[in-house]
Ligand binder design. Structure first.
Ligand SMILES: [Zn+2]
Length: 193
């Protein structure tokens, strides 16, 4: 497994990780650096104001954005499948989105578990339930593009914002979710429509 620092070093050496002329680029794609906690508080504010609608809004926004991120890197690297998904995760770790790990990748059944340690995004929030909805969306969008499967959905079962040690995300095709589970009801309400 490529460590995050060696990925950063490799990219820097290849001039694929640059900061110059007011632009921070990874693999030719411009990025912005923004303090994590104020960014996370935007999601907290949206969910506070919009309630359930806010949860769906952030998830769907995450999906559309995650697809764009994956397409951008797919174009730049010509990678796809697990290699693209893993690169996106390593770039997230490198970009300060926590320390990401693939806990399970069942490529036959399109069943994935991703774990994030030390998420500053989650640490910025206080919640009584998993609350990283835009991150769930990023994962769904990125994996949909990486594997070319449009019905992948993501739930977060553990979350630092709710007092857990890690944030844990489960990805499966929509048909694989238990419709009696409270997490499915809360996080994927569109499956009931
Ligand atoms: Zn979380």
């Amino acid at each position: 497994m490529v460590s995050v620092s060696s990925l950063a070093k490799k990219l820097m050496f290849a001039r694929q990780f640059t900061i110059e002329d007011g632009m921070f680029s990874i693999l030719g794609a411009p990025h912005v650096i923004f303090p994590a906690r104020p960014f996370a508080s935007m999601e907290e504010e949206i969910v506070k104001r919009l309630g359930k609608e806010g949860i769906s809004f952030m998830y769907n926004l995450g999906i559309e954005t995650g697809k764009k991120i994956a397409l951008l890197y797919k174009e730049e690297t010509r990678l796809s499948g697990f290699k693209l998904a893993k690169l996106l995760m390593d770039i997230s770790s490198m970009g300060g989105w926590g320390k990401w790990e693939v806990y399970k990748a069942d490529l036959e059944n399109n069943y994935f578990i991703n774990i994030c340690e030390n998420s500053q995004y989650a640490k910025a929030k206080k919640s009584n339930e998993p609350s990283c909805h835009i991150i769930r969306g990023f994962i769904a969008g990125e994996l949909r593009v990486s594997f070319g499967i449009n019905n992948l959905e993501v739930v977060e079962t553990n979350c630092v914002s709710a007092g857990d040690k890690i944030c844990k995300f489960i990805t499966k095709p929509a048909t694989g979710f238990d419709l009696n589970s409270n997490i499915t009801k809360r996080q994927l309400p569109h499956l009931f429509k």
